[in-house]
Design a protein around this ligand. Structure first.
Ligand SMILES: *Cc1c(COP(=O)(O)O)cnc(C)c1O
Length: 348
């Protein structure tokens, strides 16, 4: 029935099989009904990348399938990466390191001046990363700005101790990691070809954007696998210009590694739903997380997916999605939600 083109050239990059794939593609009309948007002719589907794994679930495992294949090929014994104190990426890295018998060293950003891991709340992702055996060092926001230097210095120190470190950038967002979302688009094409989601491509993808790798991968993958005509990356921090430049840089790196890849023309960063600060949502966004959960069983998070979904709802309310087939990529984040349960409780 469907005549989606199969990508002619397979990705050359090596990949480990670590995630539970393919993730389901589900219709969720009840969410739009609950929000009073049921009469807009919008077909809302959700790609369940919150179900890519157990403790490593979320979007980062797709990137790590490619990054850790490279790490293994280089003979790495330990991983070095960085993120916010409640980093989903660091937690996924810690989990996969334990699974593959590698070490994991995490540089985590905190505003707590003591920089003592024993003194910050042992919740959510931080707790899981420690449970999974990662070695955690807290750093200030000022030091985080020179995170790449700090990771390089840590890697040099590890070499002195006889380790072979593999450094993964923030969010796993370089060309190698972003191939994970080129592959995700290919996975979706196979699902659609088998009749999923009505057997037709989407008008638009919407997803949360925090370090740019998912956006770069989907913007390239949407074109390569012809699964969407438009990609909207909802920024959860920073601004549109910052992410446009970041995504363009990653796409450039990807093209250098895999000739023939091109980004879709209709790619856009929307920074209007980013809320007051990184990891801080508006009250309206907190209330939306509760509404969506109760209407559908889909649990969003206050740092990424709750903001991105709020951006989708804002566009729907303005009539910009009328009559369209929309795929929301649920990128995970459950531990980050649990770490904010106190802030969410007034909205229950
Ligand atoms: C990291 C993350 C994102 C953003 O993905 P990037 O590739 O870093 O832009 C979105 N959602 C969740 C839950 C994440 O952990």
């Amino acid at each position: 029935m469907s005549s989606l083109p199969t990508p002619s050239t397979p990705l050359r990059a090596a990949r480990l099989s670590l995630a539970n794939l393919p993730t389901p593609v589900e219709p969720h009309p009840a969410i739009l009904d609950a929000l009073g948007l049921g009469d807009r002719g919008i077909a809302l589907w959700i790609k369940r990348d919150d179900a890519t794994g157990g403790p490593e679930a979320g979007n980062k495992i797709r990137k790590l399938e490619f990054l850790l294949a490279e790490a293994k090929a280089l003979g790495a014994t330990t991983l070095v990466t960085c993120g916010g104190i409640q980093s989903n990426h660091c937690r996924a890295t810690a989990g996969l390191a334990a699974r593959l018998g590698l070490g994991a060293h995490l540089l985590l950003r905190t505003t707590d001046p003591e920089l003592d891991v024993a003194k910050v709340p042992p919740t959510g992702n931080l707790f899981l990363s420690r449970l999974l055996g990662a070695s955690v060092r807290l750093i200030t926001p000022a030091d985080y700005r020179r995170r790449n230097d700090l990771m390089r210095e840590l890697a040099d120190a590890l070499v002195q101790r006889g380790e072979r470190p593999y450094v993964i950038p923030e969010g796993g967002s370089n060309a190698v990691g972003s191939f994970g979302y080129v592959a995700a688009a290919e996975e979706l094409a196979t699902q659609i070809g088998a009749g999923a989601a009505g057997g037709a491509p989407f008008d638009v993808f919407v997803h949360a954007c925090g370090s740019g790798g998912t956006a770069a991968g989907l913007a390239v993958g949407a074109r390569r696998s012809a699964v969407a005509t438009r990609v909207i990356a909802m920024a959860v921090c920073d601004d549109r210009a910052t992410f446009e430049a970041r995504v363009e840089a990653i796409v450039g790196e990807m093209k250098a590694k895999e000739p023939g890849l091109e980004r879709i023309d209709a790619f856009e960063v929307d920074d209007r739903a980013k809320g007051p600060a990184y990891a801080v949502p508006t009250d309206e966004q907190r209330a939306l997380v509760v509404q969506v959960a109760r209407a559908s069983g889909i649990v969003l998070d206050p740092v990424y997916t709750g903001k991105a979904f709020a951006g989708l709802v804002a566009r729907a309310k303005r009539g910009e999605l009328d009559g369209q087939r929309v795929l929301f990529w649920h990128t995970g984040g459950l531990p980050g939600l649990l770490a904010q349960s106190t802030e969410l409780t007034p909205f229950l």
